[in-house]
Structure formats: C-alpha cells, structure tokens
Design a protein around this ligand. Structure first.
Ligand SMILES: Nc1ncnc2c1ncn2[C@@H]1O[C@H](COP(=O)(O)OP(=O)(O)OP(=O)(O)O)[C@@H](O)[C@H]1O
Length: 239
C-alpha cells in the first residue's frame, strides 16, 4: 500500500461564527508524503486559520481533512492533540521557545508529549538528547548545543534554528511552518529555508510552509496561492 498523504483536504469550508461569508472554501488540497509545498496568501487571507485547521487546533469546519491517514473529524479533542504531538512538527512565527531553558532543553521538549517521537529519536540516535544534539549540529548550532545558557541570549536566527530542531525531533512525518522567516534578513531567510528543507528531505517529512512573501516560493517542490485554491473544482494554480 502506498504511504498516506501528509495532508488531504476535500470540500473544506470554514466560517468564523459572526462572519457573513466563509473565510476558506477549498475544494481540494493534497500534500504528498515527503513533498514540500509553499502556500502563499495575502495578510488576512486565512493562512494561519488553515494551518490551525490542519493541526487540529481549530474545529467547526465543513468537509474533510485527513492528516497522515487520520480523518480529523472522526477524532476526539484528545486524539487530535495526540496526533499533533506524534505526527506534526510546528515552527511558528514567534518560535514559541521557552526563553529560560537551554537550546538543548528546548529541542528535547518537542518530544515531551509523544512516546512515539521519543522512541523514534532513541531508535535513530541512541537517545532523545543525542538526536537533539545531532539536529542542532546539522542546523549549524554545534557551538551552543552543549551550553547551559538561556535560549533568549541567542540571536534571532539561532533561535529560529532551535525552533526548527524542536519541530524535527522524533521524525514527525509532517512539518508545518507558519511565516517562520519573517524576522530574518534575506540571506538568513534563504539559508534557514534550505536547512529546513534539507532536514525534511533527510527525515522524509513533508513540509507545508506558509508565507505572504512569494519570493521564497522557488525553494519548494510545489507552490500554491491560497486565493486560487478557493476557485471551484481545481487543485490550485501555481503562484
Ligand atoms: N478567533 C478569531 N475569530 C474571528 N475571526 C478571526 C479569528 N482569528 C482570525 N480571524 C479572522 O480571520 C481572517 C484570517 O486570519 P488569519 O490569521 O488566518 O490570516 P493570515 O492569512 O494568516 O494573516 P497574516 O498573514 O496577517 O498572519 C482575518 O480576517 C482575521 O481577522
């Protein structure tokens, strides 16, 4: 049997409770296992809302969302939380790191709620800590990976890479990144995206990368524009 798609959406419709029209109406969207997809959309077009629906944080939609073979509408809140912990690595715009912990401690946190990811890390590298150190090294942070210093004392670009290592630990099959490069200059931005893509390729993870900045699109296997997705009966046009 072929590997389940990382994301498979059919006839998705979502409207905020007091809004007069739906924010999102997406006939079809698929992200294959191991594929990288750049999703571009203007501010307010619903990118973060869509990511929250896919991550199972936001509910109350019409249609179907399948993540790594699991139909989200069939899961309880607890099951959705577990699916997110086990199968999705999240990289946020504001990193969401704990500033007083060390880089290594922050990366290890990525496995905290998932026995599956802890086991996977231990199987691959001997222990969760060993995998965290490997990822920090691959992301160019070997010099700070053994230090006890607070993560808040790292540069923004370094913190960004700690956040990426935390998303990647334990090999989740899907990485979702929400505008993770908005606070980096263009050199650091391109370098960060290439590192993230390299790590996703290495681990076989699919990557859904969302940004309003269409200049970043060239790095990815596939590019879609959110506005085009809402047109009926098509998979979306390249941006
Ligand atoms: N909790 C909420 N309740 C009601 N409306 C909301 C809520 N969260 C977001 N919205 C609205 O949904 C629309 C899309 O917001 P969203 O954050 O998904 O857009 P975005 O494309 O990610 O924007 P940006 O690029 O500026 O981050 C906006 O009009 C926003 O005001």
């Amino acid at each position: 049997m072929s590997e389940a798609a990382a994301i498979s959406i059919h006839e998705l419709s979502f409207r905020w409770p007091r809004a007069d029209k739906p924010l999102l109406k997406i006939p079809q969207l698929t992200l294959a296992a191991g594929e990288s997809l750049f999703l571009q959309g203007a501010s307010g077009s619903g990118k973060s809302t869509l990511l929250n629906l896919i991550a199972g944080v936001q509910t109350g939609y019409g249609g179907s969302i399948r993540v790594c073979g699991e139909q989200l509408e069939n899961l309880s809140t607890r099951q959705r939380d577990q699916l997110r912990a086990d199968r999705i690595g999240l990289v946020f715009q504001q990193f969401n790191l704990l500033p007083w912990l060390s880089p290594l401690e922050n990366v290890v946190l990525g496995c905290r709620f998932s026995a599956q990811r802890r086991q996977q890390a231990a199987r691959q590298d001997g222990s969760v800590e060993a995998q965290a150190l490997r990822l920090l090294g691959e992301l160019g942070l070997a010099s700070v990976s053994g230090e006890k210093r607070a993560t808040s004392t790292l540069s923004i670009g370094q913190q960004q890479r700690v956040a990426a290592a935390r998303a990647l630990i334990g090999n989740p099959p899907l990485i979702i990144a929400d505008e993770p490069t908005s606070s980096l200059d263009s050199d650091h931005r391109d370098r960060f995206i290439e590192l993230l893509l390299t790590e996703c390729r290495r681990s076989g993870a699919a990557l859904l990368f969302v940004s309003h900045d269409r200049l970043l699109a060239t790095h990815f296997h596939r590019r879609l524009q959110l506005d085009h997705l809402v047109q009926p009966a098509q998979e979306g046009k390249p941006c």
